[in-house]
Design a protein around this ligand. Structure first.
Ligand SMILES: C[C@](O)(CO)[C@H](O)COP(=O)(O)OP(=O)(O)OC[C@H]1O[C@@H](n2ccc(N)nc2=O)[C@H](O)[C@@H]1O
Ligand SMILES: Nc1ncnc2c1ncn2[C@@H]1O[C@H](COP(=O)(O)OP(=O)(O)OP(=O)(O)O)[C@@H](O)[C@H]1O
Length: 283
C-alpha cells in the first residue's frame, strides 16, 4: 500500500505569550491558520519492522530526529505495530522558518499511518498523540483555523480568514524556538488582543484582521536578527495591508487582497531576500 498526504504550513495571525509555566513551557493564546504552501509526504508499507525516511532536502535529518520518524515510532510503540514504513518527504516549506514545517510532516504521518494501519483513531486522539512530539503538531493535525491555548496543544476551531494573498519572506537565518522563548520577558513584551482577532475572523472583517496582527515573540527575534525587522519595514513600504513575523520567526508575512499588489510585494522583496513565496490563506 502507498499513501500520499499533504502537509501544509501554518502562520500565526496572533500569538500572545501569557506567562512561563513550571514545566518550562510558556502558556500561549494564539490564532493559527493553514496556508497554501505544503510538503508532500508519501508513505509506503514495509513488511520489515523498520522506519525509513527519505528526503529531497539536504537540510533535514533523515533519522530518529525527524519529526515524521517520531510520529511513526510513537504509533508503533503505542499500538504494538510490528510492520514498518518508508516515508518520502518532498520539502517545499522552508526549514526552521516559523511555519511549522516539521510539525506538519509529523501530523501528516500520524494521519497517513492511522489510515494505513487501520488504527481507527479520531482527529482528537491523533492531536493528543501529536502533542507528545511537539506543541504545534496538534494544530497541524486539525488544520484550518484555530484558537490554540495551553502550550499550543489545546485546539478550538474558529472562523477562517478570507482567502487573501499571503506573501512570505524568509531570510537565510536559522532561529531556535527554544532560544527565543527563553529570551522573552513576558512582563515587558507586547500582548496582542487575540479575542479581537477571533472577532475579526468571525465578522470576516479584513481591515480589523490586519489591524489586530500581533506576536509577542516578534521584538525578541528582531532584536537578535535585525534583518527580520528590515524585511517587515520593506513589506510595509511596498504596501502590504498587514505584516507580521510568524511563530518564532524568521519568516515575515504580508497580506493583500490584490493580485497586482502581490506581484509588487514579491518583486520588491526578491533581491532583498532569497526565499519569497506568494500563496493563499486557506485556513
Ligand atoms: C512558536 C510556535 O511555533 C507558535 O506556533 C510554537 O509555540 C512552538 O511550537 P513547537 O516548535 O512545536 O515547539 P516545541 O517543539 O513543543 O518546543 C520547542 C521549545 O520551545 C519552547 N516552548 C514551546 C512552546 C511553548 N508554548 N512554550 C515554550 O517555551 C520550549 O523551550 C520548548 O523546548
Ligand atoms: N520533517 C522535518 N521537516 C523540517 N524540519 C525537521 C523535520 N524533522 C525534524 N526537523 C528539524 O526541526 C527543526 C525545526 O524545523 P521546522 O521547519 O519544523 O521549524 P519551524 O517552522 O520553526 O517550526 P515551528 O513553527 O513549529 O517552531 C529543524 O532544525 C530540523 O532539523
Amino acid at each position: 500500500m502507498r499513501l500520499s498526504v499533504k502537509a501544509p504550513a501554518k502562520i500565526n495571525l496572533a500569538l500572545d505569550v501569557l506567562y512561563k509555566r513550571e514545566d518550562n513551557y510558556h502558556e500561549v493564546k494564539m490564532v493559527m491558520t493553514t496556508i497554501d504552501l505544503a510538503d508532500r509526504i508519501e508513505i509506503m508499507e514495509l513488511s520489515e519492522d523498520v522506519i525509513e525516511i527519505d528526503s529531497s532536502d539536504g537540510f533535514i535529518p533523515v533519522d530518529k530526529r525527524n519529526l515524521a520518524y517520531k510520529a511513526a515510532e510513537l504509533l508503533k510503540s503505542r499500538f504494538g505495530i510490528r510492520k514498518g514504513c518508508k516515508i518520502e518527504i518532498t520539502k517545499i516549506i522552508p526549514v526552521a522558518a516559523g511555519l511549522a514545517g516539521g510539525s506538519s510532516d509529523c501530523a501528516a504521518v500520524l494521519k497517513g499511518l492511522n489510515q494505513m494501519w487501520k488504527l481507527g483513531l479520531t482527529t482528537q486522539e491523533l492531536a493528543e498523540l501529536g502533542a507528545e512530539i511537539g506543541s504545534d503538531v496538534s494544530f497541524c493535525v486539525y488544520g484550518g483555523t484555530a484558537l490554540a491555548t495551553g502550550r499550543g496543544e489545546i485546539i478550538e476551531k474558529i472562523a477562517s480568514p478570507l482567502p487573501v494573498w499571503v506573501v512570505l519572506a524568509k531570510p537565510p537565518i536559522s532561529v531556535s524556538t527554544s532560544d527565543i522563548y527563553q529570551k522573552l520577558d513576558v512582563n515587558t513584551c507586547r500582548h496582542p488582543d487575540v479575542e479581537q482577532m477571533v472577532k475579526a475572523l468571525e465578522q470576516k472583517n479584513y481591515a480589523l484582521m490586519c489591524e489586530q496582527l500581533g506576536n509577542s515573540l516578534e521584538d525578541v527575534t528582531m532584536k537578535y536578527y535585525p534583518k527580520v525587522a528590515k524585511i517587515k519595514q520593506q513589506m510595509e513600504k511596498l504596501g502590504a495591508d498587514g505584516v507580521l513575523m510568524s511563530g518564532s520567526g524568521p519568516t515575515v508575512f504580508g497580506l493583500t487582497r490584490f493580485e497586482n499588489k502581490k506581484h509588487r510585494l514579491v518583486n520588491g522583496l526578491r533581491g532583498f531576500c532569497n526565499q519569497v513565496y506568494a500563496v493563499r490563506l486557506i485556513g
